[in-house]
Design a protein around this ligand. Sequence first.
Ligand code: SF4
Ligand code: SF4
Length: 349
Amino acid sequence: MSMKKISKTGFGEFITHIINTDGNVYGVQAKTEAKGDRFAFGPLTSADDLRLDYDVTLSPPKKYLLPPKETLVKYEVGGGYESSICKCKSILIGVHPYDLVAIKQMDELFSQDEYDTHYMTRRRNTTIIACDVAKASPNVFASSMGTATVTDGYDILLTDIGGAYVAHAATEKGEALLTEAAPSAGDATEADIAARKAVQDKNDTGLNQHELKCGPADIPGLLEKGYDSPVWEEKAATCYSCGSCNLTCPTCYCFDVQDDVAWSLKEGARHRAWDGCLLENFANVAGDHNFRKKREARYRHRLYRKGSYIPKKLGGEIACVGCGRCVGACLPDIANPVAVYNQLLEETK
Ligand code: SF4
Ligand code: SF4
Protein backbone atom coordinates (compact mmCIF):
# COMPACT_ATOMS: atom_id res chain seq x y z
CA MET A 1 0.00 0.00 0.00
CA SER A 2 1.11 3.58 -0.59
CA MET A 3 3.01 6.16 1.44
CA LYS A 4 2.06 9.72 0.40
CA LYS A 5 3.14 13.18 1.46
CA ILE A 6 0.39 15.74 2.06
CA SER A 7 1.31 19.40 2.58
CA LYS A 8 -0.35 21.20 5.51
CA THR A 9 -2.51 23.18 3.03
CA GLY A 10 -3.39 20.04 1.11
CA PHE A 11 -4.25 18.37 4.42
CA GLY A 12 -7.02 20.92 5.11
CA GLU A 13 -8.48 20.15 1.68
CA PHE A 14 -8.20 16.40 2.37
CA ILE A 15 -10.17 16.69 5.61
CA THR A 16 -12.71 19.08 4.06
CA HIS A 17 -13.33 16.61 1.23
CA ILE A 18 -13.95 13.82 3.77
CA ILE A 19 -16.33 16.00 5.81
CA ASN A 20 -18.27 17.02 2.69
CA THR A 21 -18.44 13.52 1.24
CA ASP A 22 -18.96 11.22 4.20
CA GLY A 23 -21.78 11.38 6.72
CA ASN A 24 -20.43 10.59 10.16
CA VAL A 25 -16.97 12.07 10.61
CA TYR A 26 -15.53 12.27 14.13
CA GLY A 27 -12.25 13.93 14.98
CA VAL A 28 -10.23 15.25 17.91
CA GLN A 29 -11.10 18.79 18.94
CA ALA A 30 -9.98 21.08 21.76
CA LYS A 31 -11.85 22.69 24.59
CA THR A 32 -9.86 25.55 26.11
CA GLU A 33 -9.99 25.64 29.90
CA ALA A 34 -8.12 27.55 32.59
CA LYS A 35 -5.53 24.78 32.86
CA GLY A 36 -5.01 24.70 29.06
CA ASP A 37 -6.54 22.74 26.21
CA ARG A 38 -8.37 19.48 26.87
CA PHE A 39 -9.22 17.20 23.99
CA ALA A 40 -12.14 15.03 22.96
CA PHE A 41 -13.43 13.17 19.92
CA GLY A 42 -16.62 14.70 18.55
CA PRO A 43 -18.52 15.26 15.29
CA LEU A 44 -16.22 17.16 12.95
CA THR A 45 -17.77 19.84 10.76
CA SER A 46 -14.70 21.90 9.83
CA ALA A 47 -11.10 20.94 9.04
CA ASP A 48 -9.99 23.94 11.13
CA ASP A 49 -11.38 22.29 14.28
CA LEU A 50 -9.29 19.14 13.95
CA ARG A 51 -6.31 18.96 16.36
CA LEU A 52 -3.75 16.29 15.62
CA ASP A 53 -1.23 17.89 17.98
CA TYR A 54 -3.21 16.72 21.01
CA ASP A 55 -1.71 14.74 23.89
CA VAL A 56 -4.60 12.49 24.95
CA THR A 57 -8.40 12.63 24.69
CA LEU A 58 -10.56 12.61 27.83
CA SER A 59 -12.33 9.45 26.76
CA PRO A 60 -11.14 6.93 24.19
CA PRO A 61 -12.61 6.54 20.67
CA LYS A 62 -14.19 3.19 21.66
CA LYS A 63 -17.43 5.13 22.30
CA TYR A 64 -18.08 5.05 18.52
CA LEU A 65 -17.75 1.27 18.40
CA LEU A 66 -19.26 0.39 21.77
CA PRO A 67 -21.57 3.31 22.67
CA PRO A 68 -22.05 4.12 26.38
CA LYS A 69 -25.67 3.02 25.94
CA GLU A 70 -27.28 1.24 23.00
CA THR A 71 -30.48 -0.64 22.20
CA LEU A 72 -29.85 -4.26 21.27
CA VAL A 73 -33.34 -5.44 20.42
CA LYS A 74 -36.96 -4.26 20.43
CA TYR A 75 -39.68 -6.83 21.04
CA GLU A 76 -43.38 -7.41 21.42
CA VAL A 77 -44.49 -9.70 24.23
CA GLY A 78 -45.70 -12.92 22.64
CA GLY A 79 -44.80 -11.54 19.21
CA GLY A 80 -41.79 -10.73 17.11
CA TYR A 81 -38.56 -8.93 17.74
CA GLU A 82 -36.21 -6.72 15.78
CA SER A 83 -32.48 -6.39 16.36
CA SER A 84 -31.27 -2.77 16.43
CA ILE A 85 -28.05 -3.01 14.49
CA CYS A 86 -26.41 0.23 13.42
CA LYS A 87 -25.17 -0.15 9.84
CA CYS A 88 -24.12 3.49 9.42
CA LYS A 89 -20.65 4.19 8.10
CA SER A 90 -18.31 6.45 10.01
CA ILE A 91 -14.78 7.82 9.89
CA LEU A 92 -12.62 8.44 12.98
CA ILE A 93 -9.79 10.92 12.52
CA GLY A 94 -6.84 11.23 14.89
CA VAL A 95 -6.79 7.89 16.74
CA HIS A 96 -3.48 7.42 18.57
CA PRO A 97 -1.54 4.13 18.29
CA TYR A 98 -2.25 2.99 21.89
CA ASP A 99 -6.00 3.44 21.25
CA LEU A 100 -5.63 1.45 18.02
CA VAL A 101 -4.10 -1.41 20.00
CA ALA A 102 -7.09 -1.25 22.37
CA ILE A 103 -9.51 -1.37 19.41
CA LYS A 104 -7.64 -4.35 17.95
CA GLN A 105 -8.00 -6.12 21.30
CA MET A 106 -11.74 -5.43 21.35
CA ASP A 107 -12.05 -6.69 17.76
CA GLU A 108 -10.51 -9.95 18.92
CA LEU A 109 -12.57 -10.22 22.12
CA PHE A 110 -15.89 -9.37 20.47
CA SER A 111 -15.35 -11.90 17.69
CA GLN A 112 -14.34 -14.77 20.01
CA ASP A 113 -16.81 -17.06 21.79
CA GLU A 114 -20.11 -15.12 21.58
CA TYR A 115 -19.68 -13.12 18.34
CA ASP A 116 -20.96 -9.60 19.05
CA THR A 117 -22.85 -8.57 15.93
CA HIS A 118 -23.56 -5.04 17.21
CA TYR A 119 -19.89 -4.21 17.85
CA MET A 120 -18.53 -6.03 14.81
CA THR A 121 -21.00 -4.41 12.38
CA ARG A 122 -20.01 -0.96 13.61
CA ARG A 123 -16.34 -1.88 13.45
CA ARG A 124 -16.59 -3.13 9.86
CA ASN A 125 -18.29 0.11 8.86
CA THR A 126 -15.71 2.34 10.51
CA THR A 127 -12.72 3.80 8.71
CA ILE A 128 -9.84 4.77 10.99
CA ILE A 129 -7.44 7.58 10.13
CA ALA A 130 -4.86 7.33 12.90
CA CYS A 131 -2.02 9.69 13.77
CA ASP A 132 1.28 9.26 15.53
CA VAL A 133 1.50 11.04 18.87
CA ALA A 134 2.84 14.60 18.52
CA LYS A 135 2.95 15.43 22.24
CA ALA A 136 3.27 13.16 25.27
CA SER A 137 0.46 13.46 27.82
CA PRO A 138 1.35 13.86 31.53
CA ASN A 139 0.58 10.22 32.36
CA VAL A 140 1.25 8.21 29.22
CA PHE A 141 3.36 5.05 29.53
CA ALA A 142 2.74 3.52 26.11
CA SER A 143 6.48 3.03 25.54
CA SER A 144 6.59 0.71 28.57
CA MET A 145 3.67 -1.30 27.15
CA GLY A 146 5.00 -1.49 23.56
CA THR A 147 2.00 0.44 22.21
CA ALA A 148 3.56 3.82 21.36
CA THR A 149 3.64 3.04 17.65
CA VAL A 150 1.85 0.55 15.42
CA THR A 151 2.30 -1.02 11.99
CA ASP A 152 -1.32 -2.04 11.43
CA GLY A 153 -4.85 -1.66 12.78
CA TYR A 154 -5.54 1.55 10.83
CA ASP A 155 -6.73 2.39 7.34
CA ILE A 156 -4.49 5.46 7.10
CA LEU A 157 -1.76 6.55 9.52
CA LEU A 158 -0.68 10.19 9.51
CA THR A 159 2.69 11.32 10.82
CA ASP A 160 3.46 15.01 11.21
CA ILE A 161 7.00 15.51 9.87
CA GLY A 162 7.03 19.29 10.25
CA GLY A 163 5.77 21.08 7.14
CA ALA A 164 3.72 18.11 5.95
CA TYR A 165 2.11 14.80 6.87
CA VAL A 166 3.25 11.41 5.69
CA ALA A 167 0.12 9.32 5.11
CA HIS A 168 0.45 5.55 5.03
CA ALA A 169 -2.53 3.68 3.61
CA ALA A 170 -2.60 0.17 5.09
CA THR A 171 -5.88 -1.13 3.65
CA GLU A 172 -7.74 -0.93 0.35
CA LYS A 173 -10.31 1.29 2.06
CA GLY A 174 -7.54 3.67 3.18
CA GLU A 175 -5.90 3.62 -0.24
CA ALA A 176 -9.18 4.47 -1.98
CA LEU A 177 -9.88 7.31 0.47
CA LEU A 178 -6.41 8.77 0.03
CA THR A 179 -6.68 8.64 -3.77
CA GLU A 180 -10.12 10.23 -3.73
CA ALA A 181 -9.67 12.91 -1.05
CA ALA A 182 -6.02 13.85 -1.61
CA PRO A 183 -5.55 13.44 -5.38
CA SER A 184 -2.63 15.87 -5.52
CA ALA A 185 -0.58 14.10 -2.82
CA GLY A 186 2.70 12.80 -4.21
CA ASP A 187 4.67 9.75 -3.13
CA ALA A 188 6.70 10.28 0.03
CA THR A 189 10.42 10.55 -0.66
CA GLU A 190 13.12 8.61 1.18
CA ALA A 191 13.79 11.72 3.27
CA ASP A 192 10.08 11.95 4.21
CA ILE A 193 10.04 8.29 5.21
CA ALA A 194 13.19 8.80 7.30
CA ALA A 195 11.54 11.80 9.03
CA ARG A 196 8.49 9.61 9.77
CA LYS A 197 10.70 6.92 11.24
CA ALA A 198 12.47 9.50 13.43
CA VAL A 199 9.09 10.56 14.93
CA GLN A 200 8.15 6.94 15.58
CA ASP A 201 11.57 6.03 17.04
CA LYS A 202 11.27 8.97 19.43
CA ASN A 203 7.79 7.85 20.52
CA ASP A 204 8.88 4.23 20.99
CA THR A 205 10.94 5.33 23.98
CA GLY A 206 9.63 8.81 24.81
CA LEU A 207 5.98 8.20 25.71
CA ASN A 208 6.95 6.99 29.14
CA GLN A 209 6.01 9.23 32.05
CA HIS A 210 5.70 6.19 34.35
CA GLU A 211 8.34 3.56 33.82
CA LEU A 212 7.38 -0.08 34.19
CA LYS A 213 10.43 -1.80 35.68
CA CYS A 214 9.78 -5.10 33.90
CA GLY A 215 8.50 -6.15 30.48
CA PRO A 216 4.72 -6.40 29.85
CA ALA A 217 5.20 -10.16 29.40
CA ASP A 218 6.27 -10.41 33.08
CA ILE A 219 2.98 -8.99 34.40
CA PRO A 220 0.89 -12.22 34.45
CA GLY A 221 3.64 -13.95 36.47
CA LEU A 222 3.81 -11.04 38.94
CA LEU A 223 0.06 -11.23 39.48
CA GLU A 224 0.17 -14.97 39.95
CA LYS A 225 2.52 -14.48 42.91
CA GLY A 226 0.89 -11.30 44.21
CA TYR A 227 -2.72 -12.31 44.92
CA ASP A 228 -2.27 -11.83 48.70
CA SER A 229 0.03 -8.81 48.44
CA PRO A 230 -0.65 -5.89 50.84
CA VAL A 231 -0.74 -3.59 47.80
CA TRP A 232 -4.45 -4.24 47.17
CA GLU A 233 -5.57 -3.14 50.62
CA GLU A 234 -3.10 -0.24 50.74
CA LYS A 235 -4.24 1.24 47.42
CA ALA A 236 -7.94 0.50 47.85
CA ALA A 237 -8.04 2.19 51.27
CA THR A 238 -8.76 5.55 49.60
CA CYS A 239 -10.76 4.27 46.61
CA TYR A 240 -14.11 6.06 46.12
CA SER A 241 -15.50 3.21 43.97
CA CYS A 242 -16.36 5.92 41.44
CA GLY A 243 -15.51 3.73 38.41
CA SER A 244 -13.70 6.56 36.57
CA CYS A 245 -10.68 4.30 35.97
CA ASN A 246 -12.97 1.84 34.18
CA LEU A 247 -15.04 4.34 32.25
CA THR A 248 -12.06 6.23 30.79
CA CYS A 249 -10.18 3.07 29.84
CA PRO A 250 -9.92 2.11 26.15
CA THR A 251 -9.65 -1.61 26.97
CA CYS A 252 -12.55 -1.88 29.46
CA TYR A 253 -15.56 -3.32 27.67
CA CYS A 254 -17.88 -4.65 30.39
CA PHE A 255 -21.54 -3.76 30.04
CA ASP A 256 -24.80 -4.31 31.87
CA VAL A 257 -27.93 -5.49 30.03
CA GLN A 258 -31.36 -4.26 31.06
CA ASP A 259 -34.91 -4.73 29.80
CA ASP A 260 -37.18 -1.75 29.54
CA VAL A 261 -40.76 -3.02 29.34
CA ALA A 262 -43.50 -0.58 28.33
CA TRP A 263 -46.32 0.17 30.82
CA SER A 264 -48.71 -1.64 28.48
CA LEU A 265 -46.66 -4.82 29.10
CA LYS A 266 -47.01 -5.48 25.37
CA GLU A 267 -43.61 -4.35 24.13
CA GLY A 268 -40.17 -3.49 25.31
CA ALA A 269 -36.54 -2.99 24.47
CA ARG A 270 -33.28 -4.50 25.67
CA HIS A 271 -30.39 -2.10 26.17
CA ARG A 272 -26.81 -2.39 27.23
CA ALA A 273 -24.74 0.27 28.97
CA TRP A 274 -21.13 0.51 30.07
CA ASP A 275 -20.42 -0.93 33.48
CA GLY A 276 -17.25 -0.94 35.59
CA CYS A 277 -15.79 -3.54 37.94
CA LEU A 278 -14.84 -0.89 40.50
CA LEU A 279 -18.48 0.09 41.01
CA GLU A 280 -19.93 -1.43 44.16
CA ASN A 281 -22.85 -3.19 42.51
CA PHE A 282 -20.93 -4.59 39.55
CA ALA A 283 -20.74 -8.08 41.05
CA ASN A 284 -24.16 -8.01 42.70
CA VAL A 285 -26.24 -11.01 41.65
CA ALA A 286 -29.71 -12.38 42.35
CA GLY A 287 -30.50 -12.68 46.05
CA ASP A 288 -28.48 -9.50 46.69
CA HIS A 289 -25.28 -11.49 46.94
CA ASN A 290 -22.21 -9.44 46.08
CA PHE A 291 -19.17 -11.59 45.47
CA ARG A 292 -16.78 -8.60 45.38
CA LYS A 293 -18.25 -6.43 48.10
CA LYS A 294 -14.89 -5.26 49.48
CA ARG A 295 -13.13 -2.38 47.73
CA GLU A 296 -9.77 -4.18 47.71
CA ALA A 297 -11.33 -7.18 45.96
CA ARG A 298 -12.75 -4.91 43.25
CA TYR A 299 -9.48 -2.98 42.97
CA ARG A 300 -7.49 -6.21 42.60
CA HIS A 301 -9.97 -7.60 40.08
CA ARG A 302 -9.39 -4.66 37.71
CA LEU A 303 -5.65 -5.23 37.67
CA TYR A 304 -6.12 -8.99 37.22
CA ARG A 305 -8.48 -8.42 34.29
CA LYS A 306 -5.86 -6.22 32.59
CA GLY A 307 -2.81 -8.28 33.44
CA SER A 308 -3.95 -11.89 33.72
CA TYR A 309 -7.50 -12.82 32.69
CA ILE A 310 -7.81 -10.96 29.36
CA PRO A 311 -4.22 -11.82 28.28
CA LYS A 312 -5.30 -15.49 28.43
CA LYS A 313 -7.81 -14.68 25.68
CA LEU A 314 -5.36 -12.55 23.68
CA GLY A 315 -2.35 -14.83 23.40
CA GLY A 316 -0.57 -13.11 26.29
CA GLU A 317 -1.20 -9.49 25.25
CA ILE A 318 -1.73 -7.21 28.28
CA ALA A 319 -5.07 -5.36 28.29
CA CYS A 320 -3.50 -2.09 29.34
CA VAL A 321 -2.14 0.06 26.53
CA GLY A 322 -0.53 2.70 28.74
CA CYS A 323 -2.74 5.63 27.73
CA GLY A 324 -2.59 6.95 31.32
CA ARG A 325 -6.24 8.07 31.33
CA CYS A 326 -7.04 6.16 34.53
CA VAL A 327 -4.10 7.86 36.27
CA GLY A 328 -5.44 11.32 35.42
CA ALA A 329 -9.06 10.42 36.21
CA CYS A 330 -8.47 9.01 39.70
CA LEU A 331 -8.88 11.66 42.39
CA PRO A 332 -7.00 9.81 45.18
CA ASP A 333 -4.25 8.92 42.67
CA ILE A 334 -4.27 5.17 43.23
CA ALA A 335 -5.26 3.85 39.78
CA ASN A 336 -1.84 3.81 38.10
CA PRO A 337 -1.19 0.20 36.98
CA VAL A 338 2.58 0.85 36.73
CA ALA A 339 2.77 1.76 40.45
CA VAL A 340 1.06 -1.53 41.34
CA TYR A 341 3.17 -3.70 39.02
CA ASN A 342 6.40 -2.05 40.20
CA GLN A 343 5.40 -2.59 43.83
CA LEU A 344 4.64 -6.27 43.13
CA LEU A 345 8.03 -6.53 41.46
CA GLU A 346 9.73 -5.12 44.57
CA GLU A 347 7.86 -7.57 46.79
CA THR A 348 8.99 -10.58 44.77
CA LYS A 349 12.69 -9.62 44.85
S1 SF4 B 1 -5.61 0.67 32.63
FE1 SF4 B 1 -5.31 2.90 32.59
S2 SF4 B 1 -3.44 3.22 31.42
FE2 SF4 B 1 -4.11 1.11 31.03
S3 SF4 B 1 -5.33 1.26 29.14
FE3 SF4 B 1 -6.75 1.46 30.88
S4 SF4 B 1 -6.94 3.68 31.24
FE4 SF4 B 1 -5.14 3.36 29.94
S1 SF4 C 1 -10.79 6.07 39.68
FE1 SF4 C 1 -9.63 5.74 41.58
S2 SF4 C 1 -11.10 6.17 43.20
FE2 SF4 C 1 -12.31 5.85 41.33
S3 SF4 C 1 -12.79 3.63 41.34
FE3 SF4 C 1 -10.89 3.88 40.16
S4 SF4 C 1 -9.25 3.51 41.67
FE4 SF4 C 1 -11.14 3.94 42.85
